[in-house]
Each structure stands twice: as C-alpha cells, then as structure tokens.
Design a protein around this ligand. Structure first.
Ligand code: PLP
Length: 438
C-alpha cells in the first residue's frame, strides 16, 4: 500500500489519516467523502518556502487554488504564509471570503471578463497576470478611467514542451495561454506595458505544464526567458523584479510515478536563475512559483462505499462505488491512474482483481482498472488515494449527483469544511415554468 503523509494502519486494522480512523469518518460524514491530511499540506508548503529561504532568495510560493479551493483551504494556505493564484471571479470571491491577504493574490486566466478585472481592481489585489492583448487593452482602459495603476506580470509561452499529458500541456507556443516569447508577441506586450501609465510591470510569468517529474523543462524555461530579458534590458533598459515559473511539480498517483522532492525543483530553478543573472551582470529577480497539485494532491483521499458488482465471465469483474466521474473526472478526462485499498482492511491479502466503476450513466465512468483487492464484502469502504488536486474542484452534478463533503483531519481531529450538497441544492437555481412556451 502506498502511504502518504500521516496515513497508517491503526490497531483495528483500519486506514487512519491525521490520527483519525477512516471507518469512523465514513460513519460520521457518509460517503463519498473527501478527506484531507492537513499536516501533509503544511509539510509541502514549508518544504517549498524553506528551500527558498535557505537559498537566500526573495520568493513567493503561491498556492494555485484551482487545485482545490474552499474557504478553509485558503485559511490553511494563509496560515502557512503562502500567496494565492486565482483564475476566475469565483476563485477570487472565495479568497476574499476567506479574508486572504489581498496583496498576496495573483489573478490568472486567458479570458478574464471586464467584471472580473473590475473585481480584482476593486479588491486591490497583488497583481494581475495578463495573458493576451485583448486583456492588456481592456485593463489599460479600466485603469485609465479609474486613474489607477495596477501591478502586472505578463504570461509568456516560452516554447517548452514539458514531459506530461498533452491535454494539460500549456508551455508550448501553440497554446491558448500567454504571449509567445519567440514570435514577438511577448516583446510587443512588454513595450505596450512599459509605455502605459496604467501598469507597474513587475515581471514575467510562465507555466510549462503539469505533473512534471524532472527539472529540465524548468531550467530551459529560465534560460529562454532570461535570454529575452537580457535582450530587452539592452533595448528598453528594463529588467523585471519578478520571475514567476508557475507550477506543475509532479506527485505520486501510483507506484509508476517518481516525483522529486519539492525542494529539489526549487533548488534547480534558483540555481539557473542565479547563473543566468550572474553571467549577464544582472540582479537576481524575486522568484515566484505556483504549486497546486504538489501541495494538496497527495493529501486528499476519497472514501467510497462499495455497492453492486458485475462479473463478465472470463473478462473482468466490475465493482461499483457510490461516486465516480461526478467527484473525480480525471480518469475519464485524462486517463488518470489511481491506487486504492479497502480502508476497513487495507493489509488483507489481495485475492481478486476488480475494476472500480462509478455510478454515473457513462461507460467511461471508471475510476480504476484492474485493482487487486481482498474478496469484496458488502460493507467495504474503498479509499482512493491522491485525490486532493482537481478532484473536488472539478466535481460536477452529472446525473444530479450531489457533490460530496470535505473533511480536514489533523492531530486526531476531524472537521467538516465543505458540507455535502443536498437534493434541494441541486434544484436551487431551477425555475418552474409558469406558462407553457408553446
Ligand atoms: C498558470 C498556472 N499556474 C499553476 C498551475 C498549477 O499547476 P499544478 O497543480 O500542476 O502545480 C496551473 C495549472 O494548470 C496553471 O495553469
């Protein structure tokens, strides 16, 4: 069994997380249930932050809240001294509701609306990461009419292909995100930002992909961006205060994944930025990063009750659980792989191979193929590991299935931080027809 963070098997032979028995959690809060090991989130946050401190670099570690946003999660991020990356009005609204320090909020997105930009300006957030010319123009008009100046980063696409799944690859030039670094767009955006009185140009941002297991992509991105910055420094006498290298640090979903320790990514990035700065006689900029998955992914476990099963003779056995693509769409969307155990008897010898099916009306609603398990019984509780990132945040109400609750566990205590949706929640926004439309 893969063990994450504080996970262990307790005296009753049950899976325990954060000092709390998962069988008790399921009995108390029901299933499906997202459980977060808060000590592990804190440990990861500290590993990133402390490495920067040890290396003597001014830095911001911004939690990419798209991975999992809730008020309580943002409270933890704030307790750990993280900054915050938001990508929509909704994520910003959550951050404001969590009373996250506004000066540490960075606003991303490739199609921010005028309303979202106004919301960010009203809240006086730390910076806006401008993604394209449409946004640059709109933001400039808004600032002019408000007579304000806004701190911005320019998101650039450095033309690096990080080793990961195609669908979540965002660093190559043919991407919907950012200004192309090689095709002149980034330079044009830089000139526009420098010539305007509406912007305080803090620096550059890039994000080369997700679930990355090596540092070469980051090093190459630093080299490509620094080369341009050197060129622009000569041409425009501008050198940024901030270089933001995004997120994408890999985690271990299954035994086939071999992530690097968080600090190692930081060390390699810092080493290259320092080298490039030194070689070109420039100051070392502040380095910002935006981990999402690597802060919360391994900390999350989803508990499901096992229900029906179906044997296809000589082919496979399906075992269905009370959730599926409505609480974890990643297997259906990305063919993502997960590991799982029966939380009520995680050490029992595996005797069968089953495929874990969700309860949604889609053949593709499969959570895990070919999972070795002990002989299934009616009260089994399935714990699927590593569901903390892009699980709850991508959850949906397909088949009008209510989204599960979220519980934080730490030091033997469990606290409900997101309630289970009710059937009433599902129809809250529905409006009954008063007159026939025909
Ligand atoms: C701009 C940006 N920053 C950070 C992240 C977080 O990535 P990850 O969760 O893989 O660390 C993403 C993910 O899509 C992103 O687009």
């Amino acid at each position: 069994m893969i063990e994450y963070g504080t996970m262990k098997v307790n005296g009753k032979g049950h899976l325990e997380i954060g000092g709390v028995d998962t069988v008790d959690l399921a009995a108390r809060f029901g299933t499906p249930l997202y459980v977060y090991d808060i000590a592990l989130i804190r440990q990861r946050a500290r590993a990133f932050k402390e490495t920067f401190q040890t290396l003597g670099v001014t830095a911001q570690v911004a939690y990419a809240s798209k991975a999992f946003s809730s008020i309580a999660m943002l409270q933890i991020a704030n307790e750990e001294g993280l900054s915050l990356d938001v990508v929509s009005g909704g994520e910003l609204y959550t951050a404001l509701a969590a009373e996250f320090p506004v000066e540490k909020i960075h606003f991303h997105g490739n199609n921010k609306s005028r309303e979202e930009l106004e919301m960010a300006l009203d809240a006086n957030i730390g910076c806006i990461v401008v993604d394209n010319f449409y946004e640059l123009d709109m933001l400039e008009r808004l600032c002019r009419s408000r007579k304000c100046k806004v701190p911005v980063l320019l998101r650039v696409t450095p033309g690096i292909e990080a080793h990961t799944h195609d669908y979540i690859l965002t660093g190559q030039e043919d991407s919907k995100f950012g200004f192309g670094l090689q095709n002149g767009q980034a330079e044009a955006a830089l000139k526009q930002a420098l010539q305007s009185n509406s912007f305080e140009l803090l620096g550059m941002h890039c994000h080369i992909g997700s679930q990355i297991f090596e540092t070469t992509g980051f090093v190459l991105a630093v080299q490509k961006i620094m080369a341009k910055l050197v060129e622009w420094n000569h041409k425009y006498h501008y050198f940024p205060e901030v270089l933001n290298l995004g997120g994408g640090f890999g985690i271990r979903y299954t035994n086939e994944d071999h992530p690097l320790p968080p600090g190692y990514y930081v060390e390699e990035i810092v080493k290259e930025v320092k080298k490039q700065a030194r070689d070109n006689g420039l100051k070392v900029p502040e380095i910002w990063i935006e981990p999402g998955r690597s802060l919360v992914g391994e900390a999350g476990t989803t508990l499901y009750s096992v229900g029906s099963s179906k044997e296809v003779p000589n082919v496979r056995k399906y075992l269905a659980v009370d959730g599926g693509m409505s609480d974890n769409i990643r297997p259906a969307l990305y063919d993502a792989k997960y590991e799982a155990v029966f939380a009520n008897r995680p050490l029992e010898k595996c005797e069968e191979t089953v495929s874990i099916a969700g309860k949604c009306c889609e053949s593709g609603d499969m959570l895990i193929w070919d999972l070795p398990v002990p002989k299934p019984e009616s009260d089994d509780l399935l714990a699927v590991f590593c569901t903390g990132a892009y699980g709850y945040s991508m959850a949906n109400n397909y088949n009008r299935i209510p989204r599960p609750p979220v519980v934080f566990v730490e030091s033997g205590r469990a606290e409900l931080v997101v309630k289970r949706e009710t059937y009433a929640d599902l129809i809250r926004n529905d409006i009954r027809l008063r007159v026939s439309l025909t």
